[in-house]
Design a protein around this ligand. Sequence first.
Ligand SMILES: [Zn+2]
Length: 193
Amino acid sequence: MRAGFPEFRLGSVLATSFTGTLSERFGDPVERIPTPQRLVDWLAVYDLAVESCTPAQLELAKELRESIHAAATAAAKQQPLPQPAVQVINDRSTQGRATAVLMPEGTRRWLLSSPDCVEDALAVIAADAISIIAGERDGRLALCASPTCQAAFFDTSRSRTRRWCDMNTCGNREKKARFYANQRNNAGSGTGS
Ligand SMILES: [Zn+2]
């Protein structure tokens, strides 16, 4: 982690972890990739390492991020997909030249066409979003129950009843809020004790 920047929230699903680089969209938004270097750092965590990123590439990334957020939100609500968002996702997906290779130990790795091709990394993220929004993967798109967050996340739990994008942040905050609300209610219930 680099000092002075908000920490990443790292989920297991690439596309929705990417949309999670902006959180609290309905509260006080927290931008977790405020600089090109922070996008480089984030991509490295997800095995999409690039050597550099320009401010223009960061803008492309943020445009893709908000487009995935919009399309995934609509899909979670079973509403028609916003067409401008679909267009951006498709543009990013088709304009990348990343290729998948199988590693000797049986894992997949993405190769970018050049070490500074952020566009290739964005194409991988866009394709991941497409597979989720198209319902190709085992899981359920849902929206975080926190009113200030409402982030789209991909629920792969067996029961499909996950309520929060992130248990350690939104989930915890909700639980605490409920705990204190209950305490207040109990205090106000006039038991006299
Ligand atoms: Zn949340």
